[in-house]
Design a protein around this ligand. Structure first.
Ligand SMILES: Nc1ncnc2c1ncn2[C@@H]1O[C@H](COP(=O)(O)OP(=O)(O)OP(=O)(O)O)[C@@H](O)[C@H]1O
Length: 384
């Protein structure tokens, strides 16, 4: 098939629909075959093929981009995670704004104790409840879950039986605390798996607040689109499952210990309800139709290695992960500028006139050089 007809066959708009994603992958492999055919191609053909290849690749990226993420009206959950400071909150908040502006009612949830979601939106979102984000045409809600408060709750609960009741109350399981006392619940809390407080905060946020929010009548139809779970990924999903198993053993033990007299039905129902909600969250995390985890990193080798490990552990937990955001990349013009700058710095020692001079480097400053403070700062940088 002549390359030009292949080119005409596939217009950019055709590639846009996600159903063409598979076709564009076929096209890419076909192009690879053409680029490295048995018989040599002319220089012109090779250039044209590479042009087509970059066109198809770009179109493929577009196809797997926001249009695909925001297609349809089904409820979707996007979880953004990565190491500290890479831009998870900014990426999550910007994606939430984009979803809302595309007409999808959206909730963005953060478990970052530093309240960086409030910083991102430049609005006080603390308080632990859902807050409507100001300045938006369409509806965007934000929820800052505070693991610190969760940590305080469970810390107080793990000091003596009495506060176990308080802890269980906070889980809406107060009626169960008395019966669980015989199981020394405090010991269960004394040896929490690492990441217990994040997992627990997520569980409470997702299970006790956000899921109820999403399911409650006044918000029906709202789409829970976006959950940013900063650092949650450091406490991998398996620790959350350990928490779930601990509840399972507590329930089993409850049945044996309390075999003598039937436990109060509503107490075990509450524990059962919590377990069902935890199972719902676990299934939600694994449902590739509705949920997707997006890894956020910065362009460093260490961040790459950490993100690769994170991806491996998510895939091992059968958690859908398809996108990687490399954040804070230098814009292309800065890279070109740097290449020119390095070329010039290499030329100076080879220049017959300039090579004799002492070289002083004065770096571009990110502030206007005006006024004594700026001049003092520049003097310290340049005239050393
Ligand atoms: N692409 C970007 N360009 C410029 N600044 C950015 C970019 N992405 C993030 N930032 C800035 O970097 C800082 C950290 O971003 P952000 O809070 O989103 O990261 P984070 O991963 O959520 O951090 P933490 O792990 O501390 O919660 C913020 O001041 C934010 O404004």
């Amino acid at each position: 098939m002549a390359m030009s007809s292949l080119f005409n066959r596939v217009s950019r708009s055709q590639l846009r629909t996600s159903s063409s994603a598979r076709m564009s992958k076929v096209l890419l492999s076909y192009l690879d075959h053409l680029v490295y055919p048995k018989q040599p191609v002319t220089q012109l053909q090779a250039t044209r093929l590479n042009t087509m290849r970059s066109f198809v690749t770009t179109a493929l990226e577009e196809v797997t981009g926001f249009d695909e993420m925001s297609s349809g009206m089904q409820r979707k959950y996007y979880m953004l995670g990565g190491k500290g400071g890479v831009g998870k909150t900014s990426c999550a908040a910007s994606l939430a704004v984009k979803f809302a502006n595309r007409g999808h009612p959206t909730i963005v949830v953060s478990t970052d104790p530093a309240h960086s979601l409030s910083d991102s939106f430049d609005q006080d979102l603390t308080g632990g409840g859902l807050v409507q984000v100001q300045g938006m045409e369409s509806s965007l809600y934000a929820l800052e879950v505070n693991p610190e408060r969760m940590r305080e709750e469970y810390q107080s609960a793990s000091h003596g039986e009495g506060s176990v009741k308080h802890f269980m109350d906070s889980m809406g399981l107060g009626a169960l605390a008395a019966q669980l006392g015989e199981l020394k619940l405090g010991e269960l809390l004394d040896t929490p798996p690492p990441g217990f407080d994040e997992a627990f905060a997520i569980a409470k946020a997702l299970v006790l607040q956000v899921m109820q929010f999403v399911e409650s009548p006044e918000y029906c139809g709202h789409t829970l689109r976006l959950l940013s779970l900063p650092d949650f990924f450091d406490a991998s999903l398996s620790k959350m499952m350990k928490l779930k198993k601990k509840f399972a053993s507590a329930t089993a033990a409850l049945k044996t210990v309390l075999g003598k007299g039937e436990p109060q039905q509503d107490a075990t129902d509450k524990l059962e309800e919590l377990r069902e909600r935890m199972a719902k969250v676990r299934d939600l995390f694994r449902n590739s139709e509705t949920t997707e985890f997006v890894i956020v990193m910065i362009p460093t080798v260490m961040a790459l290695r950490e993100s690769s490990r994170l991806c491996a552990s998510l895939l091992k937990e059968k958690v859908p992960v398809r996108r990687l955001v490399v954040n804070q990349l230098l814009p292309q013009f800065v890279i070109c500028y740097l290449q020119d700058q390095n070329r010039v710095l290499d030329m100076i020692p080879k220049d017959p006139q300039l090579a004799k001079l002492a070289l002083i480097r004065s770096h571009l400053m990110d502030a206007e050089i005006r006024g004594i403070p700026a001049l003092t700062f520049m003097g310290d940088m340049v005239w050393r």
